[in-house]
Design a binder for this molecule. Structure first.
Ligand SMILES: Cc1ncc(COP(=O)(O)O)c(C=O)c1O
Length: 391
C-alpha cells in the first residue's frame, strides 16, 4: 500500500490526505520520499524558527533526554524554572509575573480562559476571524462559525466583534467583561494586520472596564515579527500572554504568562498538565531563545521579511499585488489566480508555502533563513508564477 492509501485507511478524517511525505529536513530545506528537495517557507506552521535539525537544538534535547527527560510537575526541574524566568524577563514584565506551561497553543488559551473565570466574571470578547485553538474552550474563542458550529454548545458568554475595530470593541466591553482575547496579527485568518492603534485602544478599553487583556501570541511570539513579542512594538502590556508554536522550535510546548494581579488568579489545584513544562521541551525553548539572541535573529527577521516583501511581487508577473504582514509572518496577496493553483505551482518548483485563504499564500519561514535560501526562493517563486501564464 502506498503512503496515501495508508493515511486514508488509518488516519482520522479530520485532515485531508497531505500532498507530500517528508522524510528529512536541514535548515530551511526539506526532502520528500522521492528525494525531491523543497525550500520550507511554512516551517511546520510558524513553528521551526531555527529551521530543521539545528545542531544546538539537537544537542540540547539529546543531552536533556540523557540527563532527565520527564518528571511531571510533582517535581521541579532546572530547565523549567529557567525558562519561566527567561520568558518573564523577555516580556519586560514587572516583578510578580508568573508562567504556566502546557503543550500547545490551544492549551495555553484554555488555561487563559480558565484564569479569566477566576475573576468572578464570565463574559469575554473576541474578534471575528480569530483563531485560538480547537479544544472546546479555545474553540469558543475562535470566532469562525465553520469551525464552531458542529460543536455547539460551546462554553458561553462570548461576544464577537470585528477585528481591528476599536469602537466596536469599546461598545462590547462592559463592567461584566472578564477579558478580551486578541491576536496582535490574525495568522490563521490570513495574516490580517490591524490598525496601528488597535492594541493600545484595546488596552485602554480593558482598563476602563477592569477586564483582563489577553494577547494570543502563539503565532506572533518568539521573534516571528522581529520583536520577541508583537505587543512590544506598540508599547502595551497585556495582562496575559499566550505562547506556543515557535517557542519550542519544533518541540511541543505552550506557555501562559500572566502579569501583575492576573498572575495571582490561579490557585493551587485549579489547573495542571502532566507534560507541561517538561525538561525536554523547556530545554529546547531555552536553546531557541539563546540562538535567537546569539545570532541576532530579530534583526534578521526584519531584513529577510523586507526582502521577500519587496522581491516576491516583482517576480510574480502581476499576480501578487503586495505582501502583507510583519517580519517573517507574511501573506502574498494574489490577483487573478487562486492559492490552490499557486500552491501546486510552487510545490512543483520546490517551495512549500501555505494557501491560508483563497487569495493569499502565507509564508512563515525559519527566522534564520539564509541569503542563499532567500535568493533561491525568489527565483523558484518567479519560475512558479511563470508557469501560471499571463492574465
Ligand atoms: C494565534 C493562535 N492561537 C492558538 C493556536 C492553536 O495552537 P495549537 O495548534 O498549538 O493548539 C494557533 C494555531 O495556529 C494560533 O495561530
Amino acid at each position: 500500500m502506498n503512503w496515501q492509501d495508508r493515511w486514508e485507511t488509518t488516519m482520522m478524517r479530520n485532515y485531508g490526505v497531505p500532498p507530500l511525505l517528508l522524510v528529512k529536513g536541514r535548515g530551511s530545506r526539506v526532502w520528500d520520499d522521492t528525494g525531491k528537495e523543497y525550500i520550507d517557507l511554512i516551517g511546520g506552521i510558524a513553528v521551526n524558527v531555527l529551521g530543521h535539525g539545528h545542531p544546538d537544538l539537537v544537542a540540547a534535547v539529546t543531552d536533556q533526554l540523557q540527563t532527565i527527560g520527564h518528571t511531571s510537575n510533582l517535581y521541579a526541574t532546572e530547565p523549567g524554572l529557567e525558562l519561566a524566568e527567561r520568558l518573564v524577563e523577555l516580556s519586560g514584565a514587572p516583578l510578580g509575573s508568573r508562567v504556566f506551561f502546557c503543550n500547545s497553543g490551544a492549551e495555553a488559551n484554555e488555561a487563559a480562559f480558565k484564569l479569566t473565570r477566576m475573576t468572578g466574571r464570565t463574559h469575554v470578547v473576541v474578534a471575528s476571524g480569530g483563531f485560538h485553538g480547537r479544544t472546546m474552550g479555545s474553540l469558543a474563542l475562535t470566532a469562525q462559525p465553520a469551525k464552531q458550529d458542529p460543536f455547539r454548545p460551546l462554553p458561553g458568554d462570548v461576544t464577537v466583534v470585528p477585528f481591528g475595530d476599536s469602537a466596536a470593541l469599546d461598545a462590547a466591553v462592559t463592567s461584566q467583561t472578564a477579558a478580551v482575547f486578541l491576536e496582535p496579527i490574525q495568522g490563521e485568518n490570513g495574516v490580517i494586520v490591524p490598525p496601528d492603534d488597535y492594541l493600545t485602544a484595546a488596552r485602554a478599553i480593558c482598563d476602563r472596564a477592569g477586564a483582563l487583556f489577553v494577547l494570543d501570541e502563539v503565532q506572533t511570539g518568539i521573534g516571528r515579527t522581529g520583536a520577541w513579542f508583537a505587543f512590544q512594538k506598540f508599547a502595551v502590556q497585556p495582562d496575559v500572554l499566550t505562547l506556543a508554536k515557535g517557542l519550542g522550535g519544533g518541540l511541543p510546548i505552550g506557555a501562559m504568562v500572566a502579569f501583575g494581579d492576573a498572575a495571582t488568579l490561579l490557585t493551587p489545584g485549579s489547573h495542571g498538565s502532566t507534560f507541561g513544562g517538561n525538561p525536554i521541551s523547556t530545554r529546547a525553548a531555552l536553546t531557541v531563545i539563546d540562538v535567537i539572541e546569539r545570532e541576532g535573529l530579530l534583526e534578521r527577521v526584519l531584513a529577510a521579511g523586507a526582502q521577500l516583501t519587496a522581491q516576491l511581487p516583482e517576480v510574480s508577473g502581476g499576480k501578487v499585488d503586495a505582501v502583507r504582514g510583519r517580519g517573517l509572518l507574511l501573506a502574498a496577496e494574489l490577483r487573478g489566480v487562486t492559492s490552490a493553483e499557486v500552491d501546486l505551482a510552487l510545490r512543483a518548483q520546490g517551495i512549500l508555502a501555505n494557501p491560508v485563504a483563497a487569495d493569499a499564500m502565507r509564508l512563515a519561514p525559519a527566522l534564520n533563513i539564509t541569503d542563499v535560501d532567500l535568493e533561491d526562493t525568489v527565483s523558484r517563486w518567479g519560475a512558479a508564477f511563470d508557469t501560471l501564464g499571463v492574465n
